[in-house]
Design a protein around this ligand. Structure first.
Ligand code: CAA
Length: 253
């Protein structure tokens, strides 16, 4: 069978209608995936905008509602997708929130809300797809971490801890799935042109941009490019890796 005659692989993108997620969906569809964007049903206005922004892809991009912080919701979602669209071959965990506050002001609620989405969400989704992927002998998992998980950021003890945890989780899972055709990698964006970064005060944002060697915020397309690379069928020898995409803001070896 020629490549084009093969059924499209299904890619699930959590936070799929968000600042980075929408562009990730578009680039995965361009790479020939059948893409399902997962996000909260309650974001009705954003869902409508997402459909408009992805309409040029027709039914290659669909939306399914679920809450990544709720294990049962994730389990039901995976069953629903498998019935409607087929087995999930690519999982991109891009759902994330901020609850910025210095630790002396941070409430337990700000801590727990963030952990439930940014870290529990990765467990809830991976746990529900990993058996299917390993049984079928193919899978690509890409988790979105952050430069702030690598360096720490003032006002982000919760976010930095969760994002560092996302990569550690991925390295551990990569070992468990390495012999089953399933790779697990991390993309660590720097500061990008998204609503999340726009919420940071203009003064702090200007200081951050001044510290980025490339001299600008990243674009969602810069991040989606890395996700598409790591989730490609022929990226099978890259696993447990972190790919920083931060304009040189943090360089390490
Ligand atoms: N660095 C150093 N000192 C800082 C500071 C900073 N970023 N922010 C505040 N301070 C200082 C203040 O100057 C002040 O000093 P004095 O007490 O000497 O006057 C003191 O700390 C104030 O401390 P507070 O606890 O009162 O802090 P605050 O409430 O004023 O501000 C904050 C806290 C809103 C979290 C603010 O620090 C901030 O916005 N930080 C940046 C957070 C950030 O970058 N978030 C990224 C969101 S985007 C994202 O996360 C995507 C991604 O992956 C990159």
């Amino acid at each position: 069978m020629s490549q084009s005659a093969l059924p499209k692989r299904v890619a699930l993108v959590t936070g799929g209608i968000g600042g980075l997620g929408t562009e990730i969906c578009r680039q995965l569809a361009q790479a020939g995936r059948r893409v399902i964007a997962l996000d909260l049903a309650s974001r009705e206005d954003r869902v409508a905008a997402f459909h408009a922004e992805t309409s040029d892809f027709g039914d290659a991009i669909a939306f399914e509602p679920a809450d990544v912080s709720d294990f049962d919701s994730c389990q039901q979602l995976v069953e629903r997708i498998e019935q409607r669209h087929g087995s999930i071959d690519v999982l991109v965990n891009a759902a994330g929130i901020t609850r910025d506050a210095s630790l002396r002001k941070m409430t337990p609620r700000q801590w727990h809300e963030l952990m439930r989405v940014n870290l529990d969400g990765v467990f809830n989704m991976c746990r529900n797809v990993v058996e299917g992927m390993t049984a079928r002998g193919f899978g690509r998992i890409v988790n979105i971490s952050s430069v702030n998980g690598q360096t720490g950021q003032f006002g982000q003890t919760n976010y930095s801890a969760a994002k560092a945890g996302v990569h550690a989780f991925g390295m551990a899972l990569a070992r468990e799935t390495a012999r089953k055709g399933v790779t697990v990698n991390t993309v660590s964006p720097g500061y990008c042109d998204t609503p999340m970064v726009a919420a940071v005060s203009a003064e702090i944002r200007a200081q951050i941009v001044a510290d980025i060697p490339i001299g600008r915020l990243g674009s969602p397309a810069d991040i989606a490019r890395a996700v598409a690379f790591l989730s490609a069928d022929d990226a099978g020898y890259i696993t447990g890796a972190n790919l920083p995409v931060n304009g040189g803001y943090f360089m390490s070896f």
